[in-house]
Unconditional design. Sequence first.
Length: 132
Amino acid sequence: PVRAFLESKAFEVKFGDVQVKRPTERAKRPRVQFPYRGPHLSWLTPTARLKLDEEKSGVQVISDCSACEQRRYSFKRDGLVLPKTSWNGEKVFLLDQFGRSRATFVTEEALTMVVREGLSDLCPRPAGTIES
């Protein structure tokens, strides 16, 4: 049901299979019982990558490699500013400046849709704005 909903609403994501493996040691925190016998699980990976306004967001270059032309930026969780020119209506996305981070950002519109659908297991928090 989650996948069908996200696909029907054109969320910018791809789905990967989750492999449930036998734990190798006693868990210190609660986990899903093994073997797992619930509904099919999928990893959700945003396919859209957008660029922040670095100055307005207050992110800083922490390394800049001239050989490979890769920059690494400081990571922030709030006060982020996305220029209107970078955003084409994407509902869910990653940020270019955060490199390999899987920190996933959603618009308020997308969050409202997900909550209305009754989907759970979310930890949303305000992270910034899209300029108008």
